[in-house]
Design a protein around this ligand. Structure first.
Ligand SMILES: O=C[C@H](O)[C@H](O)COP(=O)(O)O
Ligand SMILES: C=C(OP(=O)(O)O)C(=O)O
Ligand SMILES: [Mn+2]
Length: 464
């Protein structure tokens, strides 16, 4: 743990030649925006970040499971009540499936209220012979394919702050105001999934929960303890201007926290050991994620852990592995084994999305649900084999009925992608596919729990 109040300056960070940054033409305008951001109040309370770090320590210790999900790229237009409640609904229903079926405490973290900046494979995009800057998320530029929209505009960082504040405000209101009450477990299911196999499975489980709650109430137990849930916000800490301006000294501890979100992660493309993103985040006290792709070596993971968490603080580091379905079984074992053998207890989380993207024949960027499931199975297999804890999943999803990933119960095919392809960056699981994933993960967790409880007996997986 860094016990110092030191916060690297933006000039020092830029001297490290950060990757994936916007090119702002007007430096005075950037300075003005940063000065405004510095005056704005924190979006989250540092004490909440400590609370989440303690929960992530339970994940690392094998006593809880992380569910982290939301859009690949949030958009300013997407800050609507329907959209926000849709994402919360799907996350709450997934969490209830995991908690009830697998009987493991679930740490719930949204990819929201700050997920506005995207690293890209290419700096430019070409359409019909016209080349413009690539879309880098609403924090940087607009999606419309015009030179005006694609120009990098620092004023957008203030819009990110406002959109994130509105999203957090409504999320907190929903989650503490009754929307998340376990009594509402049926109402989180959307009409369009009620008739699907996953939707019906969910309805069945929701009815069981309702009966259990009614039983408790009849026994004289107040079910008000189920009225609210703990929920946290996370995003990739990519924009140095935004993240540095929102890094503040906490009045309780006198230590720096990045108060733009509770949990921040460093992306696969910006996790260089001596890079600016590692430099900024190693000085903040938030729980941190680091994405690890298929080229990661155990040494790299260990060096990152040493740099970001020199004191081996419980809950500080989460490695979010995204190796791809075809690589996870080859690459992950050595990384997990060597990190574990070093005595480190990190949280291991599977992102089954980013290693499984491909372009469909009709040009849409998509992912196959079978690959997503295959990577999650590979992740569980590797941890089962090593006796380590598969600590969570990190998923790009939405509450809507979109058609962005192929496969799943509705058997979406490439020709369906055109119907509701709404993401501005990567394809997300729709609500139905997300629920199916939750049931699959719950089965793996249940199998593991039974195996641990009865190590020498044969067992029949429970059908719920
Ligand atoms: O969300 C992750 C990245 O920003 C995204 O996968 C990059 O996509 P690209 O390869 O289309 O640039
Ligand atoms: C950019 C992302 O992932 P990665 O860094 O793993 O490519 C992301 O999670 O949106
Ligand atoms: Mn993505």
């Amino acid at each position: 743990m860094s016990e110092s109040s030191y916060i690297p300056s933006l000039a020092d960070l830029h001297a490290l030649k950060p990757l994936q940054q916007p090119t702002y033409p007007d430096t005075a305008a950037v300075e003005q925006v940063v000065a405004k951001l510095r005056r704005l109040p924190p979006l989250v309370f540092a004490g909440e970040c400590d609370e989440l770090r303690a929960k992530m320590a339970s994940v690392a210790a094998g006593e809880a499971f992380l569910l982290q999900g939301g859009d690949c790229a949030e958009t300013f237009d997407g800050v609507t009540a329907d959209n926000i409640s849709g994402k919360l609904r799907v996350l709450l229903s997934m969490a209830v499936v995991l908690t009830y079926a697998a009987q493991v405490p679930i740490v719930k973290v949204g990819r929201l209220a700050g997920q506005y900046t995207k690293p890209r494979s290419s700096d430019t995009e070409t359409r019909d012979g016209v080349t413009l800057p690539a879309y880098r998320g609403d924090a940087v530029n607009g999606f419309a394919f015009t030179p005006q929209a694609r120009a990098h505009d620092p004023q957008r960082l203030l819009d990110v702050y406002n959109a994130s504040a509105a999203t957090l405000n409504l999320s907190r209101a929903f989650l503490t105001g009754g929307f998340a009450h376990l009594r509402s477990v049926h109402s989180w299911n959307a009409d369009f999934v009620k008739n699907s196999a996953a939707g019906q499975r969910y309805e069945h489980l929701a009815s069981e929960i309702e009966r259990a709650l009614a039983f408790m109430v009849a026994c004289g137990i107040d079910d008000d303890v189920f009225r609210t849930v703990d929920f946290y916000a996370s995003h990739e800490a990519l924009s140095l201007e935004y993240e540095q301006a929102l890094t503040r000294i906490d009045s309780r501890t006198r230590l720096p926290y990045d108060v733009s979100g509770h949990f921040l992660w460093i992306g696969e493309r910006t996790r260089q050991l001596d890079g600016a993103h590692v430099e900024l985040l190693r000085h903040v006290r938030n729980p941190l994620g680091v994405k690890l792709g298929p080229t990661t070596t155990a040494d790299t993971a260990l060096q990152l852990a040493d740099r970001l968490d020199p004191d081996h603080e419980p809950g500080r580091i989460t490695f979010i592995t995204r190796m791809g379905a075809g690589r996870v079984r080859d690459v992950l074992p050595d990384v997990v084994k060597k990190v574990t053998d070093s005595g480190r207890k990190v949280a291991w989380v599977c992102d089954p999305m980013h290693g499984n993207t491909f372009e469909a024949a009709n040009g849409y960027k998509t992912r196959a649900f079978t690959d997503v499931i295959d990577e999650v199975n590979g992740f569980f297999d590797v941890h089962d084999e090593l006796g380590t804890w598969p600590g969570g999943v990190h998923v790009e999803l939405t509450g809507g009925d979109v058609t962005e990933c192929v496969g799943g119960g509705d058997d979406l095919v490439e020709a369906d992608l055109v119907n509701r392809y709404e993401t501005l960056c990567d394809p997300r699981l729709n609500r139905n596919q997300s629920l199916e994933l939750a049931f699959m993960v719950a089965e793996r967790l249940t199998d593991g729990r039974i195996r641990r409880a009865n190590p020498v007996q044969d067992y029949q997986p429970i059908d719920f």
